[in-house]
Design a protein around this ligand. Sequence first.
Ligand SMILES: *Cc1c(COP(=O)(O)O)cnc(C)c1O
Length: 403
Amino acid sequence: MNDPTQKHKAGLGTRSVWAGEQGERWAGATQVPVALSVSYGYETVEEWLEVALGRRPGHIYGRNTNPTVAAFEDKVRDLEGAEAATSFSSGMAAISNTLFTLLSPGDRVVSIKDTYGGTNKLFIEFLPRFQIQVTLCDTTDHEALEAEIAKGCKVLYLETPTNPTIRIVNIARLARASRSHGAVIVVDNTLATPINQRPLEQGADLVIHSATKFLGGHADALGGVVCGPRDLVSRIYHFREINGACLEPMSAYLLLRGMKTLHLRIRQQNENALQIARFLESHPRVAKVFYPGLPSHENHAIARRQMSGFGGVLSFALVGGLETVKTFLPRLRYAHLAANLGAVETVAGPPATTSHVESTAEERAASGIPEALIRYSVGIEDAADLIADLRQALDGLSGPAPG
Ligand SMILES: *Cc1c(COP(=O)(O)O)cnc(C)c1O
Protein backbone atom coordinates (compact mmCIF):
# COMPACT_ATOMS: atom_id res chain seq x y z
CA MET A 1 0.00 0.00 0.00
CA ASN A 2 0.94 3.61 -0.48
CA ASP A 3 2.87 4.71 2.61
CA PRO A 4 3.18 8.53 2.73
CA THR A 5 5.83 8.40 5.51
CA GLN A 6 8.25 6.60 3.17
CA LYS A 7 8.21 9.12 0.31
CA HIS A 8 10.70 11.25 2.14
CA LYS A 9 11.96 10.92 5.68
CA ALA A 10 9.00 12.56 7.42
CA GLY A 11 9.43 14.04 10.91
CA LEU A 12 8.77 12.08 14.11
CA GLY A 13 5.42 13.87 14.61
CA THR A 14 4.17 12.94 11.15
CA ARG A 15 5.39 9.38 11.61
CA SER A 16 3.74 9.07 15.06
CA VAL A 17 0.46 9.82 13.31
CA TRP A 18 0.85 7.96 9.99
CA ALA A 19 3.36 5.12 10.31
CA GLY A 20 1.85 1.63 10.37
CA GLU A 21 -1.58 2.93 9.39
CA GLN A 22 -1.55 1.92 5.72
CA GLY A 23 -2.88 -1.65 5.93
CA GLU A 24 -6.05 -3.04 4.42
CA ARG A 25 -9.28 -1.38 5.58
CA TRP A 26 -12.67 -2.91 6.17
CA ALA A 27 -15.38 -0.74 4.47
CA GLY A 28 -12.90 2.09 3.99
CA ALA A 29 -12.45 2.71 7.71
CA THR A 30 -9.93 5.52 8.31
CA GLN A 31 -8.88 3.98 11.63
CA VAL A 32 -7.10 0.64 12.02
CA PRO A 33 -9.86 -1.90 12.83
CA VAL A 34 -9.61 -4.09 15.92
CA ALA A 35 -9.43 -7.59 14.46
CA LEU A 36 -10.64 -9.80 17.29
CA SER A 37 -10.82 -12.85 15.06
CA VAL A 38 -8.54 -15.63 16.31
CA SER A 39 -8.17 -17.30 12.92
CA TYR A 40 -8.05 -16.31 9.24
CA GLY A 41 -9.60 -18.37 6.47
CA TYR A 42 -8.54 -19.03 2.87
CA GLU A 43 -10.42 -20.11 -0.25
CA THR A 44 -7.81 -22.63 -1.32
CA VAL A 45 -5.24 -24.79 0.43
CA GLU A 46 -2.58 -23.43 -1.95
CA GLU A 47 -3.18 -19.86 -0.85
CA TRP A 48 -3.33 -20.93 2.81
CA LEU A 49 0.02 -22.72 2.42
CA GLU A 50 1.62 -19.69 0.77
CA VAL A 51 0.65 -17.57 3.79
CA ALA A 52 1.69 -20.26 6.27
CA LEU A 53 5.12 -20.48 4.62
CA GLY A 54 5.52 -16.70 4.67
CA ARG A 55 5.54 -16.43 0.84
CA ARG A 56 2.65 -13.97 0.82
CA PRO A 57 1.32 -11.56 3.46
CA GLY A 58 -1.59 -12.67 5.63
CA HIS A 59 -2.51 -14.14 8.98
CA ILE A 60 -3.23 -17.67 10.14
CA TYR A 61 -3.82 -17.69 13.89
CA GLY A 62 -3.89 -14.97 16.57
CA ARG A 63 -1.04 -16.31 18.70
CA ASN A 64 1.28 -15.83 15.71
CA THR A 65 0.16 -12.61 14.04
CA ASN A 66 -2.84 -10.27 13.90
CA PRO A 67 -3.49 -7.24 11.63
CA THR A 68 -4.12 -4.74 14.48
CA VAL A 69 -1.03 -5.96 16.33
CA ALA A 70 1.00 -5.74 13.10
CA ALA A 71 -0.01 -2.07 12.66
CA PHE A 72 1.20 -1.29 16.19
CA GLU A 73 4.50 -3.10 15.61
CA ASP A 74 5.04 -1.20 12.39
CA LYS A 75 4.49 2.20 14.01
CA VAL A 76 7.10 1.51 16.71
CA ARG A 77 9.47 -0.03 14.16
CA ASP A 78 9.28 3.10 12.02
CA LEU A 79 9.87 5.52 14.93
CA GLU A 80 12.89 3.53 16.15
CA GLY A 81 14.30 3.37 12.60
CA ALA A 82 14.43 -0.45 12.72
CA GLU A 83 14.08 -3.13 10.05
CA ALA A 84 11.62 -5.26 12.06
CA ALA A 85 9.60 -5.32 15.28
CA THR A 86 7.64 -7.88 17.25
CA SER A 87 5.28 -7.32 20.16
CA PHE A 88 4.37 -8.94 23.46
CA SER A 89 1.72 -9.05 26.18
CA SER A 90 3.82 -6.73 28.42
CA GLY A 91 7.22 -5.07 28.69
CA MET A 92 8.49 -7.90 30.91
CA ALA A 93 7.37 -10.43 28.28
CA ALA A 94 9.43 -8.51 25.70
CA ILE A 95 12.47 -8.50 27.99
CA SER A 96 12.25 -12.15 29.07
CA ASN A 97 11.55 -13.42 25.54
CA THR A 98 14.55 -11.48 24.24
CA LEU A 99 16.93 -12.75 26.92
CA PHE A 100 15.71 -16.37 26.76
CA THR A 101 16.00 -16.32 22.95
CA LEU A 102 19.54 -14.96 22.92
CA LEU A 103 21.04 -16.84 25.89
CA SER A 104 21.82 -20.55 26.41
CA PRO A 105 23.41 -22.43 29.32
CA GLY A 106 27.06 -21.43 29.67
CA ASP A 107 26.53 -17.99 28.12
CA ARG A 108 27.28 -14.75 29.90
CA VAL A 109 25.31 -11.49 30.06
CA VAL A 110 26.70 -8.16 31.26
CA SER A 111 24.33 -5.51 32.55
CA ILE A 112 23.90 -2.74 35.09
CA LYS A 113 22.63 -2.78 38.68
CA ASP A 114 19.90 -0.19 37.98
CA THR A 115 17.69 -2.07 35.55
CA TYR A 116 13.91 -2.10 36.08
CA GLY A 117 12.97 -4.25 39.13
CA GLY A 118 11.45 -7.09 37.06
CA THR A 119 14.49 -7.18 34.75
CA ASN A 120 16.76 -7.31 37.80
CA LYS A 121 14.76 -10.34 39.04
CA LEU A 122 15.43 -12.12 35.72
CA PHE A 123 19.13 -11.46 36.22
CA ILE A 124 19.42 -12.51 39.84
CA GLU A 125 16.75 -15.23 40.13
CA PHE A 126 15.77 -16.82 36.80
CA LEU A 127 18.72 -16.71 34.35
CA PRO A 128 21.18 -18.25 36.86
CA ARG A 129 18.83 -21.28 37.14
CA PHE A 130 19.68 -22.01 33.51
CA GLN A 131 23.45 -21.77 34.13
CA ILE A 132 23.60 -18.35 32.52
CA GLN A 133 26.26 -16.19 34.11
CA VAL A 134 25.10 -12.67 34.96
CA THR A 135 27.47 -9.81 35.78
CA LEU A 136 25.86 -6.58 37.01
CA CYS A 137 28.10 -3.50 37.09
CA ASP A 138 27.64 -0.17 38.86
CA THR A 139 25.44 1.65 36.39
CA THR A 140 27.59 4.64 35.58
CA ASP A 141 30.98 2.91 35.90
CA HIS A 142 31.78 2.75 32.18
CA GLU A 143 35.34 1.47 32.78
CA ALA A 144 34.01 -1.49 34.79
CA LEU A 145 31.43 -2.22 32.09
CA GLU A 146 34.10 -2.12 29.37
CA ALA A 147 36.35 -4.44 31.39
CA GLU A 148 33.52 -6.96 31.84
CA ILE A 149 32.54 -6.75 28.15
CA ALA A 150 36.17 -7.41 27.20
CA LYS A 151 36.06 -10.71 29.14
CA GLY A 152 33.47 -11.87 26.59
CA CYS A 153 29.68 -11.89 26.74
CA LYS A 154 26.77 -12.94 24.54
CA VAL A 155 24.52 -10.03 25.53
CA LEU A 156 25.13 -6.52 26.81
CA TYR A 157 21.85 -5.36 28.35
CA LEU A 158 21.39 -1.64 29.05
CA GLU A 159 18.62 0.63 30.23
CA THR A 160 18.89 4.43 30.06
CA PRO A 161 17.59 6.54 31.72
CA THR A 162 17.18 4.05 34.55
CA ASN A 163 14.14 3.71 36.74
CA PRO A 164 13.86 5.12 39.45
CA THR A 165 17.38 6.53 39.94
CA ILE A 166 17.37 8.21 36.49
CA ARG A 167 21.00 7.37 35.76
CA ILE A 168 22.36 7.61 32.20
CA VAL A 169 24.66 5.17 30.41
CA ASN A 170 26.60 6.02 27.29
CA ILE A 171 25.09 3.78 24.59
CA ALA A 172 27.54 4.65 21.78
CA ARG A 173 30.61 4.09 23.97
CA LEU A 174 29.47 0.69 25.27
CA ALA A 175 28.20 -0.39 21.83
CA ARG A 176 31.70 0.33 20.45
CA ALA A 177 33.26 -1.72 23.24
CA SER A 178 30.88 -4.65 22.62
CA ARG A 179 31.01 -4.70 18.83
CA SER A 180 34.49 -6.18 18.64
CA HIS A 181 33.52 -8.93 21.11
CA GLY A 182 30.42 -9.99 19.14
CA ALA A 183 27.87 -9.27 21.87
CA VAL A 184 24.26 -8.40 21.06
CA ILE A 185 23.55 -4.94 22.52
CA VAL A 186 20.04 -4.57 23.93
CA VAL A 187 18.69 -1.24 25.23
CA ASP A 188 15.45 -0.74 27.20
CA ASN A 189 14.28 2.64 25.83
CA THR A 190 11.04 2.82 27.85
CA LEU A 191 11.80 6.02 29.77
CA ALA A 192 13.20 7.98 26.83
CA THR A 193 10.86 6.89 23.97
CA PRO A 194 12.01 7.19 20.32
CA ILE A 195 11.07 10.89 20.43
CA ASN A 196 13.95 11.59 22.85
CA GLN A 197 16.44 8.80 22.08
CA ARG A 198 16.95 6.25 19.30
CA PRO A 199 19.46 3.62 20.52
CA LEU A 200 19.79 1.86 17.14
CA GLU A 201 21.32 5.05 15.71
CA GLN A 202 23.91 4.88 18.48
CA GLY A 203 25.01 1.32 17.81
CA ALA A 204 22.53 -0.86 19.72
CA ASP A 205 21.25 -4.03 18.03
CA LEU A 206 17.87 -4.30 19.73
CA VAL A 207 15.64 -1.73 21.41
CA ILE A 208 12.92 -2.76 23.87
CA HIS A 209 9.88 -0.90 25.22
CA SER A 210 7.33 -1.42 27.87
CA ALA A 211 4.59 0.06 25.63
CA THR A 212 2.46 0.20 28.78
CA LYS A 213 4.23 3.44 29.71
CA PHE A 214 4.88 6.39 27.36
CA LEU A 215 4.10 4.69 24.02
CA GLY A 216 0.50 4.00 25.04
CA GLY A 217 0.49 7.00 27.34
CA HIS A 218 -2.97 6.49 28.84
CA ALA A 219 -2.35 3.72 31.38
CA ASP A 220 -5.09 1.56 29.87
CA ALA A 221 -3.20 -1.20 28.04
CA LEU A 222 -0.24 -3.47 28.80
CA GLY A 223 2.20 -4.26 26.02
CA GLY A 224 5.83 -4.68 25.02
CA VAL A 225 7.84 -4.49 21.81
CA VAL A 226 11.31 -5.33 20.49
CA CYS A 227 12.80 -3.65 17.37
CA GLY A 228 15.97 -4.44 15.44
CA PRO A 229 17.39 -6.32 12.44
CA ARG A 230 15.04 -8.85 10.80
CA ASP A 231 17.12 -11.98 11.62
CA LEU A 232 17.33 -11.23 15.36
CA VAL A 233 13.71 -10.09 15.63
CA SER A 234 12.41 -13.18 13.83
CA ARG A 235 14.30 -15.45 16.26
CA ILE A 236 12.64 -13.63 19.18
CA TYR A 237 9.26 -13.74 17.40
CA HIS A 238 9.65 -17.49 16.94
CA PHE A 239 10.18 -18.02 20.68
CA ARG A 240 7.20 -15.77 21.46
CA GLU A 241 4.82 -17.54 19.06
CA ILE A 242 5.63 -20.77 20.88
CA ASN A 243 5.50 -19.54 24.48
CA GLY A 244 2.39 -17.53 23.68
CA ALA A 245 3.04 -14.12 25.30
CA CYS A 246 1.27 -12.29 22.47
CA LEU A 247 -0.23 -8.80 22.53
CA GLU A 248 -4.06 -8.59 22.65
CA PRO A 249 -5.65 -6.92 19.57
CA MET A 250 -7.67 -4.53 21.73
CA SER A 251 -4.52 -3.51 23.62
CA ALA A 252 -2.70 -3.08 20.31
CA TYR A 253 -5.44 -0.71 19.19
CA LEU A 254 -5.28 1.35 22.39
CA LEU A 255 -1.47 1.56 22.14
CA LEU A 256 -1.70 2.54 18.47
CA ARG A 257 -4.20 5.28 19.24
CA GLY A 258 -2.08 6.53 22.13
CA MET A 259 0.99 6.69 19.93
CA LYS A 260 -0.63 9.17 17.54
CA THR A 261 -0.05 11.87 20.17
CA LEU A 262 3.33 10.55 21.35
CA HIS A 263 5.35 13.50 20.06
CA LEU A 264 2.95 16.07 21.58
CA ARG A 265 2.85 14.34 24.94
CA ILE A 266 6.61 13.87 25.12
CA ARG A 267 7.28 17.49 24.17
CA GLN A 268 5.00 18.68 27.00
CA GLN A 269 6.38 16.14 29.48
CA ASN A 270 9.99 17.11 28.66
CA GLU A 271 9.17 20.78 29.30
CA ASN A 272 7.15 20.14 32.47
CA ALA A 273 9.77 17.81 33.95
CA LEU A 274 12.60 20.30 33.44
CA GLN A 275 10.67 23.13 35.11
CA ILE A 276 9.64 20.88 38.00
CA ALA A 277 13.18 19.54 38.46
CA ARG A 278 14.49 23.10 38.70
CA PHE A 279 11.80 24.02 41.24
CA LEU A 280 12.46 20.94 43.40
CA GLU A 281 16.21 21.56 43.35
CA SER A 282 15.59 25.01 44.87
CA HIS A 283 13.35 23.75 47.70
CA PRO A 284 14.92 23.31 51.18
CA ARG A 285 12.88 20.17 51.99
CA VAL A 286 14.28 18.33 48.95
CA ALA A 287 17.64 16.66 49.60
CA LYS A 288 18.42 15.67 46.00
CA VAL A 289 16.81 15.75 42.56
CA PHE A 290 17.63 13.19 39.88
CA TYR A 291 16.89 14.51 36.38
CA PRO A 292 19.30 14.28 33.42
CA GLY A 293 18.29 17.75 32.20
CA LEU A 294 19.80 19.40 35.29
CA PRO A 295 23.46 20.47 35.04
CA SER A 296 23.86 18.99 38.56
CA HIS A 297 23.06 15.50 37.23
CA GLU A 298 26.17 13.27 37.28
CA ASN A 299 25.63 12.21 33.62
CA HIS A 300 24.24 15.47 32.23
CA ALA A 301 26.95 15.64 29.54
CA ILE A 302 26.17 12.14 28.19
CA ALA A 303 22.43 12.87 28.29
CA ARG A 304 22.92 16.05 26.26
CA ARG A 305 24.81 14.08 23.63
CA GLN A 306 22.53 11.07 23.24
CA MET A 307 19.07 12.48 24.02
CA SER A 308 17.11 15.18 22.21
CA GLY A 309 14.86 15.68 25.28
CA PHE A 310 15.38 14.56 28.88
CA GLY A 311 12.10 12.74 29.38
CA GLY A 312 9.11 12.92 31.69
CA VAL A 313 10.39 10.99 34.70
CA LEU A 314 12.35 12.43 37.59
CA SER A 315 12.93 11.34 41.13
CA PHE A 316 13.76 13.24 44.28
CA ALA A 317 14.74 12.42 47.83
CA LEU A 318 13.04 14.31 50.62
CA VAL A 319 14.94 15.54 53.65
CA GLY A 320 13.94 12.83 56.17
CA GLY A 321 13.03 9.17 55.77
CA LEU A 322 10.16 6.95 54.71
CA GLU A 323 7.89 8.60 57.35
CA THR A 324 8.24 11.95 55.56
CA VAL A 325 7.38 10.26 52.25
CA LYS A 326 4.23 8.81 53.86
CA THR A 327 3.14 12.30 54.98
CA PHE A 328 4.11 14.01 51.74
CA LEU A 329 2.56 11.80 49.05
CA PRO A 330 -1.11 11.93 50.15
CA ARG A 331 -0.86 15.74 50.20
CA LEU A 332 -0.40 15.84 46.40
CA ARG A 333 -3.59 16.82 44.61
CA TYR A 334 -2.50 16.23 41.02
CA ALA A 335 -0.80 12.84 41.22
CA HIS A 336 -2.08 9.31 41.21
CA LEU A 337 -0.23 7.42 43.90
CA ALA A 338 0.31 4.31 41.83
CA ALA A 339 2.81 1.90 40.26
CA ASN A 340 2.96 3.29 36.76
CA LEU A 341 4.69 5.97 34.71
CA GLY A 342 4.42 7.62 31.33
CA ALA A 343 0.71 8.44 31.52
CA VAL A 344 -0.98 11.75 30.67
CA GLU A 345 -1.67 12.11 34.41
CA THR A 346 1.15 12.75 36.85
CA VAL A 347 1.95 9.58 38.83
CA ALA A 348 4.05 9.45 41.99
CA GLY A 349 5.23 6.76 44.37
CA PRO A 350 8.17 5.35 46.31
CA PRO A 351 10.30 2.62 44.62
CA ALA A 352 9.23 0.13 47.34
CA THR A 353 5.72 0.04 45.84
CA THR A 354 6.48 0.86 42.19
CA SER A 355 9.53 0.02 40.07
CA HIS A 356 11.12 -2.16 42.76
CA VAL A 357 8.05 -3.73 44.35
CA GLU A 358 9.56 -7.15 43.51
CA SER A 359 12.82 -6.31 45.31
CA THR A 360 13.67 -6.57 49.01
CA ALA A 361 14.81 -3.52 51.05
CA GLU A 362 18.36 -4.92 50.89
CA GLU A 363 18.21 -5.26 47.10
CA ARG A 364 16.96 -1.67 46.81
CA ALA A 365 19.79 -0.45 49.02
CA ALA A 366 22.28 -2.42 46.90
CA SER A 367 20.90 -0.60 43.83
CA GLY A 368 21.58 2.74 45.52
CA ILE A 369 17.91 3.65 45.98
CA PRO A 370 17.34 5.94 49.01
CA GLU A 371 14.26 5.01 51.11
CA ALA A 372 13.06 8.67 51.04
CA LEU A 373 13.04 8.65 47.23
CA ILE A 374 9.93 9.58 45.27
CA ARG A 375 9.54 8.72 41.63
CA TYR A 376 7.54 11.42 39.90
CA SER A 377 6.30 10.75 36.38
CA VAL A 378 5.22 14.09 35.01
CA GLY A 379 1.94 14.23 33.10
CA ILE A 380 0.75 16.71 30.48
CA GLU A 381 -0.94 19.05 33.00
CA ASP A 382 0.13 22.71 33.20
CA ALA A 383 3.57 22.92 34.81
CA ALA A 384 2.47 25.87 36.99
CA ASP A 385 -0.27 23.75 38.58
CA LEU A 386 2.07 20.85 39.26
CA ILE A 387 4.67 23.16 40.80
CA ALA A 388 2.04 24.83 43.02
CA ASP A 389 0.87 21.38 44.07
CA LEU A 390 4.38 20.21 44.97
CA ARG A 391 5.05 23.49 46.79
CA GLN A 392 1.99 23.20 49.06
CA ALA A 393 2.81 19.55 49.81
CA LEU A 394 6.44 20.39 50.68
CA ASP A 395 5.63 23.54 52.66
CA GLY A 396 3.04 21.61 54.67
CA LEU A 397 5.58 19.12 56.04
CA SER A 398 5.84 19.62 59.80
CA GLY A 399 8.96 20.73 61.61
CA PRO A 400 11.26 23.65 60.88
CA ALA A 401 12.59 23.84 57.36
CA PRO A 402 16.20 22.64 57.24
CA GLY A 403 18.77 25.39 56.71
C1 LIG B 1 7.46 -0.85 33.41
C2 LIG B 1 8.80 -1.14 32.85
C3 LIG B 1 9.09 -2.43 32.36
C4 LIG B 1 8.10 -3.57 32.43
O1 LIG B 1 6.98 -3.33 31.63
P1 LIG B 1 5.55 -4.01 31.88
O2 LIG B 1 4.77 -3.57 30.71
O3 LIG B 1 5.05 -3.52 33.20
O4 LIG B 1 5.78 -5.49 31.92
C5 LIG B 1 10.34 -2.63 31.81
N1 LIG B 1 11.26 -1.64 31.76
C6 LIG B 1 11.02 -0.41 32.24
C7 LIG B 1 12.07 0.64 32.17
C8 LIG B 1 9.77 -0.11 32.80
O5 LIG B 1 9.54 1.12 33.29
